[in-house]
Write a protein that binds this ligand. Sequence first.
Ligand SMILES: [Zn+2]
Length: 262
Amino acid sequence: MQAIELISRNGLTFYRFPLLARFPEVVHGVFTRLGGVSTGPYTSLNLSYAVGDRPEAVRENRQRVLRALDLEELVGADQVHGLRESVVSATATAAATELPAVDILITREPGLGLLIKQADCQAVMLYDPEHRVVANVHCGWRGQVAGILGQVVSRLGKLFASRPEGLLAGIGPGLGPCCAEFRHFRQEFPPKFWQYQVRPGYFDLWRLSRDQLLAAGLKPDNICLAGLCTKCRPAEFYSFRRDGVTGRQGAVIALRPRQPGR
Ligand SMILES: [Zn+2]
């Protein structure tokens, strides 16, 4: 099976994992920066309110994402490279569109899109077909050091009785082994990560995420990897490492609304 496929809908261009797309009850999209209204360094589908872009533009961009996926609501997180999760319900999102200080979003509520924003970090989305739970994780190198992927698998098990071997995961775009340079890796990474060094100072953080999911009990065939480097693909992706001041693309996963939106 192809790891990822490109979709164009309502003027937006996004990727999809065939592994997840075969479940009609799940909706997901790994968005590129194409098809939004933001300008300048944020051109064009910036989904973050926290990077200096005009809020009206971000609001419109988020509406476009909702329309492209035919969803009703989008909930994001004020991502902090921590390990906390939020189990999101419809009432929780009435209060805020950005949940404070979480890096893991989980829901069983149909129609509610879980948004992870990134520029170089990975968004890792998970689905448990047995218990109909979706999760989306902000997974940067700090999250990898802290073990966030093991954490989400363990939390899904505790909260919803998800079995690791029943979970499906898609690892989104991020810094590839071509660009993930860590000059101070001896201080930043534990020695067990050093095997992911592909040439002096460069690390394969994609393979690391895959291995962390395998270590948490997922099956190899249930993990797919986008394999797209955000820094190498300026036309498609924002990259903080490349540009500094820039936008954030989004990855969204949801359970399909019971009643189709609009
Ligand atoms: Zn690269």
